[in-house]
Every structure is written in C-alpha cells, then in structure tokens.
Design a protein around this ligand. Structure first.
Ligand SMILES: [Zn+2]
Length: 236
C-alpha cells in the first residue's frame, strides 16, 4: 500500500507539473496579444496623423488659391470705371477673405490636433517599447521555467517507472483502471471512519477491518482503495 500511495503522489505531482507547464505558453500568448493590440493602435494613430496632414495641405492649397483670387480682384480695381463695378469687386474680395479666414482656422484646428496626437503617439511608442522589453524578459523566464519543469517531469517519470516495477502487476492494473475512471484518484485516505475523497462514512465493521490492515479494501461508496489517513486514532 505504501508503494501505491507513493505512486499516487507521483501521479498527482505529474498532473500538477503538466498543468503548470501548459500555463507558460498561455501566458506568452496573452502578452503577445496585448502587444499586437498596442502595435495596431499605434499604426491606426499614425494613419490618423497622416490623414490630418493631408487635409492640412489641401486647406493650405485652397487658401493659396483664394489669395491669388484676391490678388486678381485687387488688380481689377485699378481698371474699374463705375462705382457699381467697384462695389461688386470689393464684395467679391470680402467673400474671398472670409473663406480664407475659415480655411485658416481649420488649418489651426488641424495643427493642434496633430500636435496632441503626435505627443500621444510618442508616449504610446515608448510604452510599447517598454512592454516589448518586459515581454522578452517574461518570455525568457517562462521558457526557463518550462525547461525546469521538463527536467522535473523526466525525473518524476523515471522514479515512477522504478516504483511501478515494485508493485504487484494485478494491483497496478486495478490502480490504473481506478485512476482512469475516478478522476485521477485511485486511492483515498480514511480518517475517523470517513472516506476523505467522497466524504461518506465507512460502516464500523469495515472500518475495523481497515484498522486491522489485513487486506486491501475499497470504499463501499466511491470504490477507491482505502488506506488509513494521518490523524487517525482507533475509535473505541
Ligand atoms: Zn469513498
């Protein structure tokens, strides 16, 4: 029975280490996704800045063409004879000037937006670089941890194999089958007459037989092989 308890410890340890080993790649993937998302947002931000710069150039072209129209109107004034014509040209110049002012305000607005976005962009770039550095460090640590776990697993499997060789093959078969059908746990400690896995009480007569320790017994409820757990004192 001691060998079986040892074997169950190995098997439980094996499960724990394997689960821990699977955590590593999951953690790496999560970190990768965070960085991918940030990089994507950064590209989007950059595109936004490029778009604003483009519309700024378009507004500036509009302003330039308005200014050349104002200049042409001013040149027209020199050759004007009638008052009515003169007023019409002045009105025209006014309209051009108003348009130009509107466009200039838009350019200012865009310049402010670009400035704010570029500041944010620089900061985000800095944060992303930091994240990438942290990620590389974390990745190395996780890979080292996986290597350590691999060594532990190899050692565990070797010891487990040796231990299995010392156990009666029939018993081993029973253990493996129980393990497979009972959620990885083939053995159960019994403390004060209670099966510690299914938490059911063992009938007194059976419990006394277990205390006598003559043969291997199964929990009548969950069918796992019973052994006396620690902290067990014979009752009555
Ligand atoms: Zn039980």
């Amino acid at each position: 029975m001691d060998n079986l308890i040892g074997l169950q410890n190995y098997d439980m340890n094996f499960q724990k280490i394997t689960a821990k080993k699977e955590d590593g790649p999951i953690k790496i993937r999560v970190l990768e996704q965070v960085i991918e998302k940030m990089a994507m947002e950064l590209t989007e931000g950059d595109q936004q800045i490029q778009d604003l710069k483009l519309s700024r150039r378009q507004y500036e072209q509009d302003i330039a063409s308005l200014q050349s129209q104002i200049q042409k109107s001013n040149e027209k004034i020199a050759n004007i004879k009638s008052n009515k014509e003169y007023e019409a040209v002045l009105k025209e110049i006014d309209t051009f000037k108003n348009d130009a002012t509107l466009q200039e305000n838009k350019v200012l607005e865009i310049l402010l937006k670009i400035e704010t976005l570029e500041e944010k962009h620089e900061k985000d770039k800095e944060i992303l670089n930091q994240k990438k550095l942290t990620f590389q460090k974390d990745q190395k640590l996780i890979q080292l941890e996986i290597q350590t776990l691999d060594k532990e697993i190899a050692l565990l499997l070797k010891d487990r194999k040796l231990l299995r060789q010392e156990i009666d093959p029939l018993l081993l078969k029973k253990y493996d089958s129980l393990r497979e059908h009972k959620g990885g746990l083939a053995l159960t400690p019994v403390i004060k007459g209670i099966c510690q896995v299914c938490r059911m009480g063992i009938p007194p007569q059976k419990f006394n037989e277990l205390l006598a320790g003559k043969e291997l017994m199964s929990c009548p409820h969950c069918m796992r092989l019973m052994y006396l757990g620690e902290d067990n004192s014979p009752e009555k």
